[in-house]
Write a protein that binds this ligand. Sequence first.
Ligand SMILES: *[C@@H]1O[C@H](CO)[C@@H](O)[C@H](O)[C@H]1NC(C)=O
Ligand SMILES: *[C@@H]1O[C@H](CO)[C@@H](O)[C@H](O)[C@H]1NC(C)=O
Length: 448
Amino acid sequence: MFIIFMIGCLVSSTYALDGADVVLSCSFVEEGGGMMGGMGGGGLFSRTPATLVLRDLPVDPDSDSALDSVTPFDPPEKPSADDLIFEVKGSSVEIPDADTLLHADCNEQEVNCEISHYIPRGSDPDAPPSHFIGSLQVEGGGISLTMVLQVLTNEEAASETLPLIQSKLELPLSQSGTLLTEVVFVVFSRSPSLSTPLGGDAQLDCGFRQRNSSHVGGLGLEWRLQHRGSGRKVLEMTKVEEGEEAGAGPTVSAGRDGASVDPALAVEEGNVSMSLTKLKVVDEGTYICTVTSGMFQTQQIVQLHIDQPPIVSLSEEMVVFQDEPAQRLSCHCKSYYPLDVQVEWLSLSSSEAEPIEISDGASLSSHRQHSDGTYSVTAQLTLRLSAHPPGTTVTCRVAHQALSAEVDVSTTVRLAPETDDNLYAIIVSLLVVIVGTVFFYQVMGGTN
Ligand SMILES: *[C@@H]1O[C@H](CO)[C@@H](O)[C@H](O)[C@H]1NC(C)=O
Ligand SMILES: *[C@@H]1O[C@H](CO)[C@@H](O)[C@H](O)[C@H]1NC(C)=O
């Protein structure tokens, strides 16, 4: 029966009377893979296939017909104690952007889903599991959610048949073989990954939703930056108790100039997004938004990438050949980030229809890093008149992830005009005559 959830679409949904159901294939993750065939070693995680069913998500009645074609959630015909089906009943806590989960098409947008045991702050870790944490990420830049699920006490338990007990969790299942839960706390980000140019501003999106009753114990926020193995606190908002006077509201302390959170938005709307101004390369990394509310604390990750396109220029506006057989041409790519840049040389002579790539005589300098963290590189090309006759257009083409399209800079190969040549010859002969004459008189004078 369980196989049905695992194959085919990762996401399926159906209209119920007052909303739609979303069925997600998930992994139930546990620490210590001791049971996994003796692979040994501590600290491993074991994964068990699981299903998350979000019931009765509100549907926008005007939404498109794509939802019509999907199959409904059917509870297993014969409930099994080995199935791990987490069923989330219409909760008092709103699941933000639930419709994006409904629309995440099974072929184009996957939803990563992991569920694990959650121990609320201050509760007994050895007590039977009462909470789980589910993290969902819509791939390709969609919403990312971390939700705390609280196990509902089974009302059906009082019925004549004894409830099935889930074999792994040792918790009673509903009549249809699912573990009934309710969302009590959600931390989410609508843009878990963003790119910004140097010097720009960014808003790292993070928000939370909670049950009214979970205010007790106060609200706290911390933003940390984790990059290349080191971490630092970027911002902290002190805990604020519900009912505190507005004047005595939360204080925000920032560990970086230009980092800010609006405390009023945080308290009133659950919006703990952090603004950063004048971004530098050192601001790049993984930001962790940790929201603490009463007994719950969870996190959301926002990736910030710095994306700065190169400034591209050529050493010569025009390549003019005199008598020399070869000339050097340089293409400078300045102040870009990140490091990866592709430079290629193309030539288009009057006899060709399409530009062709030049590989002979091309070389790349090593990357230089500036104090602001950006990079520069110079590509060099040795041009030979024999290979690139006058009239040939030589192009340096640069590709970089911060550029929406490749950048081309071009120059043309020319021969020095004849007249200049004659003038040059005259000047040279005149010089020879003058120098020769002076030398002759000096020699003659010396012998006298
Ligand atoms: C927070 O507020 C900003 C500005 O109004 C908005 O752009 C953003 O979407 C909000 N984020 C959340 C998580 O509510
Ligand atoms: C939560 O509190 C608000 C006002 O404080 C109230 O309007 C709302 O009905 C409450 N919701 C629940 C689920 O208790």
